[in-house]
Design a binder for this molecule. Sequence first.
Ligand SMILES: C[S@@+](CC[C@H](N)C(=O)[O-])C[C@H]1O[C@@H](n2cnc3c(N)ncnc32)[C@H](O)[C@@H]1O
Length: 270
Amino acid sequence: MRRAARLTFSLLTLFPELLRPFTQEALLGKAQGKGLLDYRLIDLRDYAGNKHHKVDDPPYGGGAGMVIRVDVVERALADLQAQDPPDEVILLSPAGPRFDQRTAEELSGKRHIALLCGRYEGFDARSESLITRELSLGDFVMMGGEAAAACVLEAVGRLVPGVIGDEESHRQDSFSSGLLDYPEYTRPAEWQGQAVPDVLLGGNHAAIERWRRDQALGRTLSRRPDLLALASLTPQDSAALLTLGVSDEQLSAWGAPPPPKVKPRRKRGG
Ligand SMILES: C[S@@+](CC[C@H](N)C(=O)[O-])C[C@H]1O[C@@H](n2cnc3c(N)ncnc32)[C@H](O)[C@@H]1O
């Protein structure tokens, strides 16, 4: 008998073929081959309950567009519930809380996640009684939830142990460490007058590690200073941030520890 995957995604959509390549190609496809992830593509039209497979109707009260019917969603979810009840039923919607790395980490510990992709004007509001949460990809409106579901698949799937192979690599990713990732370089060592920083070629692992941490701190400070209030910073990080022009007041506002005390040098012969 086939062993159950660590995490199953059920993708409920009006356009299953849009999502299929994400479940078959690259590391997400390989993860299914290894029995780590599994995917079910569920066509909401199969639950339309009419011979024309019509799932939408005009909104009560008038207005533009069509709305996906709640009874269609209910039938699809009841069928899923009867086969393998999901731990989470997530409705993708621009009105939901913003999806982020912390949510991806939380979801990667689940066993079965259903993702509900909307189209048209979205779902009848009563569908909210059938879900565990909503998630938004950001403050913009797409034509459908499939691209958002693909992002959730990519972000959550890669956190499942064994999917990307090297667990160390996602501990260093942007957001996982609380900071943006440091810059990476590969061959050629010199390209159009731009050289790879010397420290990366020197083989001194402690120096490389400190340089990378300093780069991550510098990038986060210039691009996303809001993240520093949530990052776990060390006394060495505080020293690095002070040299980057951050004030003592700002460091304590972020809850950063004081920098290491520098021992005064003894005067010779003193
Ligand atoms: C055109 S949108 C509906 C937008 C809806 N009328 C509103 O303004 O909130 C159709 C579907 O695309 C998906 N969608 C669009 N933008 C999204 C976003 N930023 N995050 C997640 N899903 C989104 C949702 O599944 C939504 O039901």
